[in-house]
Structures are given as C-alpha cells and as structure tokens.
Design a protein. Structure first.
Length: 479
C-alpha cells in the first residue's frame, strides 16, 4: 500500500468537497497507516500551516460526519508545496520523498498533457501511480495523445482514470443484482427489455462552477463518462471474474458494440438545451446565459439526451436513452429498465397493464420493481410497486476510489482503450452539435426540462403518476 499522496489542484473544489473528507473516512475506518503523508500542491502562496488551517475548515464544512479525531489527523498529516504544475522543477519538489507516490491530478483536463509531461521529465519512483479525473481528454484525438504520453511514464496498471460513479455501491448494485439473481439474468436481453433509461437529473444549477462547466457542458461532463459507464454495467456480458482484466474487457465490448450515429441519427436521436430563468424551491434561478462567468456565445448545454443502440446478439432492438440536466424541478437519478408489454391480456379486466420497470435508484439509494396487479376493485388492473432500501455504504465513493488507488486495485478505473471508445461513441454527436445541426432548446429552471419526444418516455411518466395517485388513495381513502 502506498503511504504518500500528492494532490495537484489541492486548493480546488474537488479537494475541498470530496478528497479531504474521503481521506478522513479512510482514516476513521483504519485504512491509513501511521506513516501516511499528504502533500497539497497548488498556485496559492501558502505555507503548510496555512494549508492545514484551510484543510481543517474544509473538513469541518464538508466532512462533518467524520469523527473529529480523523479530521484532525488528516489536516495534521498535510504539508503544502506551492507549485506551477507546468514547471518540472516545481513538480519534482512536490513529489520528492522516499518510496512510491500516488499523484492525483485534481485539475481541468486541458492541463493533463502538460502535467504528465512535467512528471515524465521529472521521473516517478518505481511503483508510483497516477490518478486522472474525468473527463479524460477533451475529444478522441486528445484522449489518444494523452494515452501515448502516459504509456511512456507508468504501466497501464498504475494509471487510474477515475470515475467516482463506479465506486458508488448503488452503481455496482446494477451489476450485482442482475448477476446474482437467477430471476433476472435469463430475461436480461432484447426479447424482454424494450428500453433502458439512464438518467441523472439535478435540481442544482451552475453553483459557481462556470470556469469548468461552461467549457465542457452536460454532454462531456456527464454523458461521455458517468452515463456511458452505467450503460456498460447494464449491458455487459457476465464477466468471468470481477478482476480488472475481465471486468474492463466486457465494458470495452459494450462500447465497441454501440452503433455510431449518422448525421441524421444525431438530429433525430439527440437533444440539447439550456435553462432559462425560473424558480426552484424558494430560490430564483437566473438564466444559464446570465450566470456569472458564462460566455453565452459558447451555447453550452445544461441538458443533454442521447439515444443509442447496440449491435449485439443480446441487445439488438433495445433502445438505451442517456439523459442528464441541471436546474430541473425534481432530481431523478436512476437506471430504469423497462420491459416489453405482455403479449395478451384476458378479456374481462379493465385498466391498463403498464410495462414492468425495474428501477435502480442511484441517489437516494434504492431498488424498486413496478408491476401491475389487481387493486381494491375486482377485475381492475392497477400499478403496484415493490421497493427496497439499501444500507448506507461503508465508505463514500471517493473513499472507495482513493482506497483502490493506494492499494493498487484498478478494476473500477477506466482502461486507456475504454476511454478512447467512449469518445468514439460521442464524436458524431459532438461534431453535429458544433455545426448546430441540433437546435439548442430552452427550458425554464424548475421545470421538467424539454418535453419527452417518445411514447416510452410518456409511458414512464404515466406509470409514475398512477403510482402516486394510488399511494394517495391508500393514505387517504374516500369516505
């Protein structure tokens, strides 16, 4: 296990909100040894005392569920190094020390090539590891070039192209549930499944992230990495083991099977939009174009939707819809597997037999199966729902991610060819959107977003409405 962690970008939002609290969780769980060292490197002209004071403040703000002694231990373990990440001398000073080091690039992806080059010029101790946050590169060409740079620096097994979604137990539950239950795997195919919705809808707006988000947008920020990873877990063939080779091979197979969209496909099967002024709860939300730090000329989308099909024996004819949006009325973060309708209903029953839906709730955690049965009235079909609540994870996603880095388990990180295949899938979409072949729609903040185009989207909403109505009747039956 590596005992030295260097974070470049150590005063940024990612470090404050996620990495420092995750280290405190690891400390509280006994995963960090007495000799653990943390070095924060950034541009601020601070010394170690100032950085420890800043780290203490962030830990108390974002990691207040961790024991106080664990927070204190992480803050006291930190030292600070002022560094220009493009300067090989500064980089060498930051990573100096005995033994291997884990280097975490908590930086914008545009900086990855110059930092990797500086690390290459400096040289890393044997056994060191490099961690890169998503998105990996800015397009297919930059991802390929970055892979070439990294290949000259450390072995592939020492590269952690991380996506914290893969470290979420609820995300791993998608794979675990389908492979560990005999009732699911025999029907996990195109014969029985019509559509799969992979959705990450947020009520949060920009939240001061214009410097990053306005240069990336919803497609690159969420779909290209997080949602495509979820697609892989839903659609992959059962791996022989959950080791890094078998698991990642099956994920690459899924991405390679995605049918590339033509220009006409992109126009028909993708959507982009950004939010207008509106209200969410008791907060007034300005239009995205009016948010501080946004350049409206960029036409950055805050909503993205892509429909994909897989050319494989298991999935030919099943539609996968990947959708994400900001500043929406309600958060919906789930994988919804929608089964085909029954082929025949006996005469004499009233009501609608809506298709079954298996929902993996990602945040909040949960599992639900939407069925149809007979309700309070004889011969009348009504929607039913079986639900299960999940136990909280023993570690947060970033805690699990960092533990994998320090112990050297790359199974839940993204391999180089996998990163390139993900860009290959979305390159036709990026190209068409850059040419404005798909109009930039608009939706009021606090709304449901652009109206769904397809019947199956309306069908999912109709089932939700019926379930809510049934729950209200059960809670307040008519007199």
């Amino acid at each position: 296990m590596i005992n030295r962690l260097v974070i470049f970008g150590a005063t940024g939002d990612l470090t404050a909100r996620f990495l420092l609290p995750a280290l405190a969780d690891l400390q509280a769980a006994g995963h960090l040894g007495d000799h653990f060292q943390l070095t924060g490197a950034s541009r601020e002209d601070w010394d170690s005392d100032q950085y420890q004071e800043w780290a203490t403040t962030q830990l108390n703000r974002h990691g207040d569920t961790c024991p106080a002694d664990a927070r204190k231990a992480i803050a006291e373990a930190a030292r600070y190094q002022r560094a220009d990440v493009t300067d090989s001398v500064d980089v060498a000073s930051a990573i100096a020390g005995d033994g291997p080091v884990a280097v975490y690039l908590a930086l914008p992806p545009a900086l990855f090539p110059v930092v990797v080059t500086a690390l290459h010029d400096t040289g890393l101790p044997a056994g060191s590891r490099i961690v890169l946050e998503k998105p990996f590169g800015e397009d297919l060409a930059s991802a390929q070039e970055l892979n070439r740079l990294l290949a000259d620096l450390v072995p592939e097994q020492a590269l952690f192209r991380v996506d914290h979604f893969l470290a979420m137990t609820t995300v791993q539950n998608v794979l675990g549930s389908r492979l560990a239950n005999r009732v699911l795997e025999p029907i996990w195919n195109n014969t029985h499944i019509a559509h799969v919705d992979i959705v990450w809808d947020e009520t949060l707006a920009l939240e001061g992230r214009a410097g990053y988000y306005d240069t990336v947008g919803a497609l690159k920020d969420m779909v290209q990495n997080h949602l495509l990873q979820l697609l892989c877990l839903v659609a992959m063939e059962p791996p022989i083991t959950l080791g890094e080779r078998d698991l990642r091979n099956r994920k690459v197979d899924v991405l390679r099977s995605v049918r590339l969209l033509t220009e006409d496909d992109v126009v028909r099967r993708t959507r982009r939009a950004r939010y207008l002024p509106g209200r969410i709860g008791d907060h007034d939300i300005p239009a995205y174009a009016d948010e501080e730090g946004v350049n409206p000329v960029r036409h950055t989308e805050t909503f993205a939707e892509v429909e994909l099909e897989l050319d494989s024996w298991r999935w030919s004819g099943t539609t996968f819809r990947l959708r994400t949006g900001k500043a929406l009325k309600a958060g919906r973060k789930e994988v919804a597997v929608r089964f085909r309708a029954v082929p025949h209903l006996p005469l004499g029953q009233s009501g609608e037999a809506l298709p079954n839906v298996l929902r993996f709730g990602l945040e909040p955690e949960g599992l639900a199966l939407d069925l149809t049965g007979i309700g309070s009235r004889a011969h009348t079909l009504t929607p039913l729902s079986l639900t299960a609540q999940m136990e909280p994870p023993d570690l947060p996603a970033y805690g699990r991610l960092l533990l994998d880095v320090l112990t050297g388990d790359p199974a839940m990180s993204i391999r180089g060819d996998e990163a390139e295949e993900a860009w290959r899938v979305l390159t036709p979409v990026l190209t068409a959107w850059e040419r404005n072949l798909v109009p930039l729609e608009e939706y009021p903040a606090g709304s449901d977003g652009p109206a769904p185009r397809h019947e199956y989207g309306n069908g999912l909403r109709r089932r939700d409405d019926l379930l809510h109505a049934e729950a209200a009747v059960l809670e307040h039956p008519p007199s």
